[in-house]
Design a protein around this ligand. Sequence first.
Ligand code: KG4
Ligand code: ZN
Length: 368
Amino acid sequence: MKILGIETSCDETALSYISSMGDLSSPTFKVLGTALNSQIEIHKEYGGVYPALAKREHAKNLVPLLKTIFKDKDEVQADESDVQIFLEREPELKENLIDFVKTHKKPDLDIIAVTYGPGLEPALWIGINFAKALGKLWNIPVIKINHMEGHMVSSLLQSKIDSFPAVSLLISGGHTELIEIKKWGEYKLIGQTVDDAVGEAYDKVARMLELPYPGGPEISKLAEMGRVKNVSTDDFPLPRPMLNSKDLNFSFSGLKTAVLYLLKDIEDVNDDIKLMVAKEFEQAVVDVLLKKTKKAMEEVGTDTLIVGGGVIANQYIRDNLKELGTVHFPTKELSTDNATMIAMAGYIAKLNGASPDLDFKAVGNLKL
Ligand code: KG4
Ligand code: ZN
């Protein structure tokens, strides 16, 4: 089955064309073409994602990205009235899309899978309306996908995972979740952050240290340097919030605030201090993630851990999680937001009997 995945929930515009095979116990995937446009440089100036800009960039970039995946030219009939209801507020996107469809061969494609939440609603809507319009023009069914399920299945591209139940740890800019996977498509949320997400804490601490957005990779570089240089963090002790709580929940807001208070007393936050803060902060994150994930695996009674989300691009976190059992990681490219994971989740949804639909809405705070 051939699937086109579409992802516009935050600051990456991404498309991926994949081929998928096998049943739910052993799905396999091959990427036939991908295209991704990151808006990081545009949002850097604002120190975070600026929704109106994200929306505009998605609308501008979708058709150019589509052209890099589907190159075969042809002359094709297309009825503009089919897409009017979806793209009436995006005249430029509508025009570009119709022009594309009229001049390109319809690809070998069975399903379009698109993220409908969680994320920034104005950004999500662009991807959704683009998917619906393209589905209508090509007469291809559209399936809506939860972005977090995308992160959850992202390691399936390189791993065969057939041992269930499993635990999934999802750590991104907006989420920190522990999930029991009974089988693909059957999930139970067993733990989550009660305040900030891990990636959010990384980004906020980075801002305190005057590092550029997104802060995760910046802090992680400094922390690594701090470990290599073996800098002492004795003068900068940070808490491990909820480390010993009986549940599987996390809290990262207190950790961020502790950094803020410690920095307040320091007149000159020089490079040495930044190394120390980054090293201790990352260690606090790792200690908490390890302990809670281990507890979750014990409670579920499994040795299988499936991780996903932008923060899992972090090598130190990966190396530590490896100790917990049979751990499945996505590649670095599939850790941060991408459309291949959305296409793969589309296949899983299809195997689970999801029915195509053109009536769904963006859901900013969508839960699994
Ligand atoms: O999954 P993702 O691309 O977008 C969301 O769905 O949120 O995750 C983005 C988050 C950001 O907070 C970013 O700072 C963090 O992932 N991140 C990292 C690293 N690379 C990205 N955090 C720590 N270490 C990294 N190497
Ligand atoms: Zn994400």
